[in-house]
Design a protein around this ligand. Structure first.
Ligand SMILES: [Zn+2]
Length: 70
């Protein structure tokens, strides 16, 4: 049906392909969040924990989006 065709044409962003926000140079909060993302996002590291890495990515996105608003 037409509805199926429309739904199939919509590409939802894949969380694994989604590009995280870039940390702002010189911002200590961004740097710390990025450090945690790298720490928990490194599959070869002892602290590898993808769900924590995603949590920190969300925190970084919120931190950047909420600048001056919260
Ligand atoms: Zn920042």
């Amino acid at each position: 049906m037409a509805t199926t065709a429309v739904l199939r044409s919509v590409q939802l962003p894949d969380p694994m392909v989604y590009r995280p926000p870039e940390p702002d140079p010189g911002c200590a909060v961004c740097a710390e969040l990025q450090r945690l993302i790298d720490l928990h996002g490194d599959p070869h590291g002892d602290s590898y924990d993808p769900s924590k890495a995603i949590d920190h990515r969300i925190a970084l996105a919120r931190h950047k989006a909420g600048k001056g608003a919260e």
